[in-house]
Write a protein that binds this ligand. Structure first.
Ligand SMILES: Nc1nc2c(ncn2[C@@H]2O[C@H](COP(=O)(O)OP(=O)(O)OP(=O)(O)O)[C@@H](O)[C@H]2O)c(=O)[nH]1
Ligand SMILES: [Mg+2]
Length: 509
């Protein structure tokens, strides 16, 4: 590297420079923001990530395998799949929960801390050393706590042996606050955004999920850039160094980030269009679609596995185990074949930017025929979680018929000593033990037939004609009652309005 290169460039390029025999500042910056140099790290997985031992594509139903393969066939996306900020490695963490006096109905501080601890525990090699709940009058103030409490906290943190990080249980810390706290405590400070994003990064399997994460990481990269540059500015006014392109270093980095963001958005848009095509295909085949939704870890994946027998599904006792929307075929008691769509779980205070970047996948939910809302009723916060899920669903602009026909499932009743069905319309089950599944399927059957305008009819067909095989292909045949004396049969079918129209046209009654 040239000796005239300012300190800031040498610092900024320390990762990329050894890889670049054809060094030029602009090229280096471009590669620094591009994933190409890091492809191996991406494939092998960042340290500190707990990867599920089964790929989501392995052993899934035909529907799912085909769809995912179609979405994966975009080699040009490889370039955008950045591993993002450097891996966070193993961490020994102190969880700090600022308890604010709020009039809003919300969960207790202890339960919020329990959720924060669960978030940390879902990362491999991350351990919680201690938890602290401290009152704050104004969580939005710069250092969150008043002088006295901050002093107390600092003393406590300094006493913890081999602490490497503090998880401040707030949605987002401003870069200034983060920097000042890190300086005061001498360890890394993470907020929910960083931690949830890291979990997402570890659990994402498909290119689409990885792209969504890459998009959600852009604000973090911007913040890092601002911090780095302001630090160097203070030292020697480095960010005003003019590059070959006539821009300052800062301007160039911002431009490159903007370009990357645009490329990711375009790629996601392309995937969205592919997804829409696949949806149209599904529609043509007229499989009713059931979105299984609920708070993270409530048992969505376990339930779908129990309903479909899909051995490829991997339920895990972990938050955000499922990040990729996948579809799994199953049968209802009426013989109707349906697709269950497994979705990303909800979490209180899930950062808005993250939800936004997952909106493409949530489009699938809007296009489904029925929502099954799974609740972990053994969880002490179950009521709060239900309110949270419903409020997010309301904000997704879903069609009203979907919101009005939600099937509510009370899961994990095996963990409750004496379960009292307080909500009469909810179906109580244990997805793990397979209890209550028949009742649930009956309920889904009834609701889906209504929701999709399907008809249950008995049609008389001549067995020497093609009607019966047509019905097997285009509708769901429930029963065939053969009359040997006249070579006909009474066939009980579930048939959609459009298929019925086609049948009547082809075989006039
Ligand atoms: N006791 C009991 N445990 C259950 C039941 N259903 C699910 N679980 C457990 O709950 C944990 C989470 O299950 P998942 O199916 O992965 O939950 P999820 O809602 O898909 O979670 P995310 O994908 O992370 O949002 C696993 O350890 C399951 O074994 C149940 O009915 N009873
Ligand atoms: Mg899941």
């Amino acid at each position: 590297m040239g000796s005239r290169l300012p300190q800031l460039l040498r610092r900024g390029l320390r990762i990329a420079a050894p890889l670049l025999p054809d060094y030029s500042p602009e090229l280096c910056c471009r590669r620094l923001l591009s994933p190409v140099c890091h492809t191996r790290a991406l494939r092998t997985g960042a340290p500190g990530c707990r990867f599920p031992d089964g790929g989501f594509q392995r052993g899934l139903g035909k529907e799912n395998g085909e769809e995912n393969a179609a979405l994966e066939e975009m080699p040009e996306l490889e370039e955008l799949l950045a591993p993002g900020p450097p891996p966070l490695g193993a961490q020994r963490v102190c969880v700090v929960h600022p308890k604010s006096p709020s009039k809003l109905p919300r969960s207790t501080a202890e339960l919020q801390v329990a959720e924060a601890v669960a978030l940390i525990n879902s990362l491999q090699n991350w351990t919680v050393l201690d938890t602290v709940i401290l009152s704050t009058k104004a969580p939005d103030r710069k250092l969150i706590f008043g002088k006295g409490n901050l002093q107390l906290l600092t003393e406590k943190i300094k006493e913890l042996p081999h602490l490497t990080a503090v998880f401040m249980n707030v949605e987002r810390l401003s870069p200034v606050t983060k920097k000042e706290l890190e300086e005061a405590w001498g360890v890394k400070v993470f907020d929910r955004y960083t931690v949830v994003l890291h979990i997402f990064r570890c659990n994402a399997r498909t290119k689409e999920a990885k792209l969504q994460i890459a998009l959600a990481e852009i604000p973090l990269l911007r913040t890092n850039l601002r911090n780095e540059v302001s630090q160097l500015d203070q030292q020697r006014g480095g960010s005003r160094y003019i590059m070959g392109s006539g821009e300052t270093f800062m301007e160039m980095q911002h431009r490159l980030l903007k370009e990357k963001e645009l490329k990711i958005r375009n790629a996601l848009e392309k995937l969205k269009r592919k997804r829409r095509l696949l949806r149209t295909e599904r529609r043509k085949r007229e499989f009713p679609i059931i979105s299984v939704m609920g708070y993270t870890n409530c048992g969505k994946t376990t339930l779908i596995k129990a309903l479909t027998g899909d051995s490829g599904l991997q339920p895990r006792d972990q938050l955000f185990a499922t990040l990729d929307i996948t579809a799994h075929a199953g049968h209802l008691p009426s013989n109707l074949e349906v697709l269950y769509v497994d979705t990303i779980g909800f979490l209180s205070q899930l950062p808005h930017d993250l939800i936004e970047s997952f909106s493409a996948t949530l489009e699938d939910v809007a296009c489904s025929d029925l929502i099954v809302h799974v609740r972990d009723v053994s969880h002490p916060e179950s009521t709060f979680q239900k309110a949270r899920v419903l409020s997010v669903l309301q904000n997704l602009n879903l069609p009203s018929h979907l919101l009005d026909s939600i099937v509510e499932v009370h899961n994990k009743v095996d963990l409750i000593e004496r379960y009292e069905p307080v909500e009469p319309n909810a179906i109580a089950i244990s997805a793990l033990l397979g209890h209550g599944l028949e009742d649930l399927k009956e309920e889904i059957d009834k609701t889906i037939l209504q929701a999709t305008g399907r008809n249950i009819l008995t049609v008389k067909v001549n067995l020497s004609g093609p009607q019966l095989s047509w019905l097997y292909k285009e509708a769901t045949v429930q029963e065939v009652d053969v009359m040997p004396e006249d070579g006909t049969a009474n066939v009980k079918v579930i048939i959609s309005n459009s298929a019925l129209g086609r049948y009547k046209k082809k075989f006039p009654w």
